[in-house]
Design a protein around this ligand. Structure first.
Ligand code: FE2
Length: 429
């Protein structure tokens, strides 16, 4: 058998270790122990974890890497971030947005991200962000699947031009409908905006992903309307609620009714742990709310939950490095997802679950799936999160597109080991 690439001695999961993966014409054609094949390229994974690529289901690529332009967010709040973004929008041009986005995509590839859903702000009559990110989408298509959401940052009703701009953005090729009901002027406007936007998606056969209830206000209940409209319009499985932070503060009795409604509508949930822990609870003294939606309860109700990164070095968040394991690490801690099964689930929340949200085809490590994968300097999923593991090889369509040398420390201590590999520090069980 002639193949393009064979990866030897890979760990895929706890019950699938030491297997070989053969790839041909951009597709995985075999996964089993001891594959005998003539390969153009062979990689020895040395028992390290091989995963499908990381998937970021919630990002803002039109704002990324703009930190400090034109100034820093002093209060650290969501609302100052939004007003700072309004100062930046008129002074940036298409080329600058493209340049920053491409630099981010390079970083994302090196960190093993294979797909990103990015919101793009359409509250700008020039639609510069849309023009720029559609160009970026074309440019990065060979190595990142970039899905764009038409996002009315200033409110589809609150901004007088947003309705026209949103339709224009969809006509230009943006293919997910966004929203921000909690930013509309009134609760009623918020609820009406959800109905309006879901109807547009239903008419056009599109997916929906709304910033929904990104607030500490327990009365912000637009997720209820989003679930209702999803069911009413038959959009099951095609709608995501992003952030959902108000659920953290809601009354338990109300949530006991809400979560089954979300499950019935097959809504996907996208918490953004790094950003939510940073932005929420800013009006609290102590005790200070954590501001992450109810991840364990959503998960246990059978709702598909994927963690998003949301921001990297922009008006809302000064840190970040395209590391979805950082995102999983924070989500795990804030959600107190500490059992072995829950920690493994956190890895799935930045891979399989998020791929499900985006509707990615051919995703996964199975025969017939796309030959897209990452070899991590870790033994298993939990170790990968613990270490925020090094990405040794990033593979796309059966070709290596990024490599990072293994990290190890050289120690100079008498009668002690001289070399310390973090992935081997704890003996394999
Ligand atoms: Fe966001």
């Amino acid at each position: 058998m002639d193949v393009d690439l064979i990866i030897k001695n890979a760990n895929l999961s706890n019950d699938q270790t030491g297997v070989d993966i053969a790839c041909k014409d951009g597709v995985i054609i075999s996964i089993e122990r001891g594959i005998n094949a003539n390969a153009k390229k062979t990689i020895d994974a040395q028992g390290h974890l091989v995963s499908p690529p990381f998937v970021d289901p919630h990002f803002h690529m039109d704002a990324t890497l703009s930190l400090g332009t034109p100034r820093m967010n002093v209060s650290g709040t969501l609302l100052e971030g939004i007003s700072l973004w309004s100062e930046l929008k008129p002074i940036q041009n298409v080329e600058q947005i493209i340049d920053r986005a491409l630099r981010y995509c390079d970083l994302a590839v090196s960190m093993g991200i294979g797909a990103i859903r990015s919101h793009v702000d359409i509250c700008d009559n020039s639609l510069k962000g849309v023009e720029a990110l559609l160009e970026v989408q074309r440019k990065v298509a060979p190595y990142i699947e970039l899905q764009l959401v038409a996002f009315p940052q200033d409110g589809i009703f609150r901004d007088p031009n947003a309705k026209v701009n949103l339709i224009n953005a969809l006509d230009m090729g943006v293919n997910v409908v966004g929203g921000i009901p909690h930013f509309e002027r009134t609760m009623q406007d918020g609820a009406d905006s959800v109905k309006f936007l879901c109807e547009i998606a239903a008419e056009r056969g599109l997916m929906v992903d709304m910033h929904c209830d990104e607030s500490d206000d327990p009365q912000s209940r637009h997720i209820e309307t989003l679930a209702f409209e999803t069911s009413r319009l038959g959009l099951h499985g095609r709608v995501a609620g992003s952030h959902l932070t108000s659920m953290h503060s809601m009354d338990n009795y109300y949530v006991s009714k809400l979560i089954p409604l979300m499950a019935e509508a097959e809504i996907h949930a996208i918490p953004n742990p790094l950003i939510n822990i940073m932005l929420q609870g800013r009006h609290d003294s102590y005790p200070k709310r954590r501001g992450q939606t109810r991840v364990p309860e959503l998960k246990n109700a059978g709702i598909n939950v994927g963690f998003g990164s949301d921001c990297v070095m922009d008006p809302w968040y000064s840190l970040g490095k395209a590391d979805m394991l950082d995102v999983a690490h924070m989500g795990l801690h804030v959600g107190q997802l500490s059992s072995r099964l829950d920690m493994e689930w956190c890895f799935d929340a930045v891979t399989l679950n998020s791929a499900n949200i985006m509707g990615l085809e051919g995703y996964g490590l199975k025969r017939g799936c796309k030959a897209d994968m990452v070899i991590l300097q870790a033994n298993d999923k939990i170790d990968a999160i613990r270490l925020r593991a090094n990405r040794l090889f990033v593979i796309r369509a059966g070709k290596v597109i990024s490599t990072t040398k293994p990290i190890h420390a050289e120690l100079d201590l008498s009668e002690r080991p001289k070399k310390l590999d973090p992935s081997e520090y704890i003996p394999k069980t």
